[in-house]
Design a protein around this ligand. Structure first.
Ligand code: PMT
Length: 407
């Protein structure tokens, strides 16, 4: 039977501190769960627990010196850093944490931290006053900003007789955190398929002219990218925009509202959620000229426009295989009111009201702010990068979708 940590390679870094004796038990517990463990000790750690003990428990020679030709010949420090799936430092002394925060590479362990692309978890262990020291706090915060995991410390009685925060977590607590780290993650949108429309549509007047709008596609593309990152399967129906396709997204390019309508209805019936973020032209030219229109001597001219099909209303009106349908409402005045009216008129499940009268959000901006309305609720999202907004909005959409599905 495969154990929970079978095949996982854990490089255990041990720095100097009384808690180093617990590392022996930690190695045993990790190995019991199937992990392969190799150990690096700092010089100070060797004063607290012998390399021989750790070698016996891990089944491998313990690495200590950066300048040991024999050790480098066996498994050099770069190889060791590359070998690890996780670099766990337990105990991590205040001194080691300070060196890591400064990016030093003045012994084997700190060098491996710089040389690895594996996640690094740090289990602090030190006197409570040292832990409270602003310098240590600052160093730990620095490591957090570099995506180090900080596991612990715990509070309690310390070897020196003090009581407070600074005890290393117990080996079994660290093992639980290692298990959690390696547990397969279920993403919130896993198993959910989305169709998203983005960008403008372009309605031809003649072979060289068209009617369109300022939509850049950024909001819709940000939604597509975030949805994939959250685990969804995404089909992006894009009007004419200059944006790269986000990784993992199936993209279908269209130009006119009629084309978007056709593709959207084909795709919508196999989606759980449909998001109409595109700025679809409400009207198209009744008769597209086959040749370039010539300027006449008249001071004015006119075009006859006819309505385009309403894509999102058609999706929302599907009687079978209807996806949870989310619209956007781009408004320049009375935003909430008009958005609510569109929610009802188009029979949508949710609408994202977008005030496009402001120059720093909406059309062709990197940022956006939205108020989302549904039948009996609303939620505001403040001005922020479209990429971040997309993540938050999708979590709300998914929450509402799951709510509807369960009723
Ligand atoms: O693309 P960006 O530069 O990033 O800008 C983003 C955005 C401002 C375009 C976007 O956030 C937005 O607000 N999109 C909706 C724009 C719009 O056309 O709003 P509307 O109020 O005209 O349409 C309401 C809803 O009906 C929308 O979901 C729209 O996609 C849909 N619609 C409209 C007309 C039509 N014929 N068919 C439709 O499906």
């Amino acid at each position: 039977m495969a154990l929970l940590l079978s095949g996982k390679r854990i490089l255990l870094g041990i720095s100097g501190g009384i808690a180093a004796y617990k590392s022996a038990d930690l190695i045993r517990r990790l190995k019991e769960r199937g992990a392969e463990v190799r150990v690096i000790q700092t010089d100070a750690a060797c004063e607290f627990i012998t390399p021989l003990t750790l070698q016996a428990l891990s089944g491998h020679p313990v690495a200590n010196s950066l300048l040991d030709p024999a050790a480098e010949a066996a498994m050099g420090h770069i190889e060791l850093a590359k070998w690890a799936d996780l670099l766990l430092i337990a105990p991590a002394s205040a001194d080691l944490i300070a060196r890591l925060a400064h990016g030093l590479a003045n012994d084997l362990l700190s060098t491996c931290v710089l040389a690895t692309d594996a996640p690094v978890a740090v289990a602090p262990a030190m006197n409570q006053q040292m832990y409270k020291n602003i310098a240590t706090k600052h160093n730990i915060d620095t490591l957090k900003t570099r995506n180090f995991y900080i596991w612990g410390p715990a509070a309690g009685e310390q070897a020196c007789g003090d009581v407070g925060m600074g005890r290393m977590l117990e080996p079994l607590q660290l093992v639980d955190l290692v298990l959690e780290h390696f547990a397969p993650k279920v993403l919130p949108l896993e198993g959910v398929s989305l169709v998203i429309t983005a960008g403008p549509t372009r309605e031809p007047i003649d072979p060289v002219r068209y009617i369109s709008n300022h939509s850049s596609g950024k909001m819709g593309f940000a939604l597509a990218e975030a949805a994939v990152q959250l685990g969804a399967q995404v089909t992006l129906i894009a009007g004419p925009v200059q944006l790269a396709t986000p990784a993992g997204v199936k993209r279908i390019d269209v130009v006119t509202a009629d084309q978007m309508y056709q593709v959207a209805l084909e795709q919508a019936i196999s989606a759980h959620i449909f998001i109409g973020c595109a700025a679809v032209a409400d009207y198209k030219v009744a008769q597209v000229a086959t040749q370039k229109l010539k300027k006449t001597s008249d001071d004015s001219t006119s075009l006859t426009l006819v309505k385009n099909p309403d894509i999102i209303a058609a999706v929302a009106a599907l009687t079978s295989q209807r996806p949870f349908t989310v619209g956007f409402a781009a408004e320049t005045q009375d935003v909430a009111n008009y958005a609510r009216q569109k929610l009802v008129k188009k029979k949508l499940d949710l609408i994202c009201a977008n005030d496009v009268s402001l120059s720093n959000q909406g059309f062709n901006s990197e940022q956006n702010a939205l108020t989302v309305f549904w039948a009996d609720g609303e939620q505001q999202f403040g001005l922020q990068a479209k990429t971040e907004l997309a993540q938050q909005l999708l979590l709300l959409i998914n929450e509402r979708y799951l709510h509807e599905k369960s009723h």
